[in-house]
Design a protein around this ligand. Structure first.
Ligand code: FES
Length: 101
């Protein structure tokens, strides 16, 4: 767990599996919600909007807003609707280049 994250890991002693996000390996709780686990690991930006390039991260956590879109093993999916499994390769979804404002 990333100590700088404001999100809590609800099972800090539970089993971990390896998930790669944008080239960085993370040990995430097996079976956890992928969006929540990545947020707890310190990931802040999941995609950029296609028009302005504004950064986006999970918002609704129930499959409605699509702000958590990522590429999972090459397929665009909602991180909040995906469980953590060993060996996932996750990348930021394509969009316009990210900018800070
Ligand atoms: S956080 Fe809204 S769809 Fe995933």
């Amino acid at each position: 767990m990333n100590d700088a994250s404001p999100f809590l890991d609800l099972d800090p002693g539970g089993p971990r599996v390896s998930v790669r996000f944008d080239g960085t390996d993370h040990a995430l709780p097996e079976g956890a919600n992928l969006a929540a686990a990545l947020l707890a690991a310190g990931v802040r930006v999941f995609r950029a909007t296609p028009v302005s390039g504004a950064p986006r991260a999970p918002f609704c956590m129930m499959g409605a807003c699509y702000d958590c879109l990522v590429l999972i093993d090459g397929v665009t999916r909602q991180a909040c609707m995906t469980r953590v499994t060993d060996g996932l390769v996750v990348e930021r979804a394509p969009g316009r280049d990210l900018h800070d404002g």
